[in-house]
Design a protein around this ligand. Structure first.
Ligand code: HEC
Length: 194
């Protein structure tokens, strides 16, 4: 015990007295402002794009066409600065290719090539988030094209492949078989019964 302890009773009663008086009462005339004067209203088109992720069967993929040549241009202009000239990453961005077969080793390298099970996810991810400095700025054909460039550089598809909504789901990703179903009943019981 310290030599002197503050008189708690007195402090508490001061608090109660203060609370009981109307000093801190809620201002009932307060309303939230209609407009906070920052940001901008999101367009329906942008909202739909951002909230529509593409499932493995490719449903919802938009019109557009991608080629290796166009994709290389997109990559060099808009991605290379962060993901590196050979797509293996820099301090600013992750490696996109390489690392195949490394996930079960002591030095796993997680990339599109080594990890991602579905090519359709690349479409959603790149369209919605890349480049980080201007997400949503690529046209659909630019997204398809940069996908051809990445996937061909990873030797997953041929650089002749012309990518569009009809064939993204046919691409066989190397690590598709690397996933196992999580069978924990405690975690998935609720989901299954819904
Ligand atoms: C200004 C830097 C920057 C630019 C430019 C950029 N990226 Fe990225 N990218 C990142 C960062 C940082 C991450 C990691 C984000 C995270 O993990 O949350 C990333 C992650 C990714 C991933 C996911 C990789 C993974 O395995 O998790 C893909 C795919 C990707 N970027 C593609 C692109 C493409 C395609 C472009 C060009 C159109 C691009 N990026 C431009 C910084 C950048």
């Amino acid at each position: 015990m310290p030599m002197f302890s503050p008189p708690k009773i007195i402090i508490l009663s001061v608090l109660f007295v203060t609370m009981a008086s109307n000093t801190w009462s809620v201002d009932e005339t307060f309303t939230y402002p209609e407009n906070y004067d920052f940001g901008e209203r999101v367009s329906n088109e942008r909202l739909t794009a951002l909230t529509t992720s593409i499932p493995p069967d490719g449903e919802g993929l938009p019109a557009g066409t991608g080629t290796f040549v166009a994709g290389k241009q997109v990559y060099l202009n808009k991605c290379e600065g962060c993901h590196g000239v050979d797509l293996t990453g820099t301090e600013l961005g992750r490696p996109l290719i390489g690392g195949r077969g490394s996930l079960t080793t002591d030095a796993p390298i997680k990339t599109i090539e080594s990890y991602w099970p579905y090519a359709t996810s690349i479409f959603s991810y790149v369209r919605d988030t890349m480049p980080t400095t201007a997400p949503g700025s690529l046209s659909n054909s630019e997204v398809y094209s940069v996908m051809v460039y990445i996937l061909a550089s990873a030797n997953i598809i041929s650089s002749d492949m012309v990518l569009d909504a009809s064939n993204v789901s046919t691409i066989q990703m190397p690590n598709l078989g690397g996933f196992v179903a999580d069978s924990r009943p405690d975690v998935f019981a609720t989901l299954d019964s819904e």
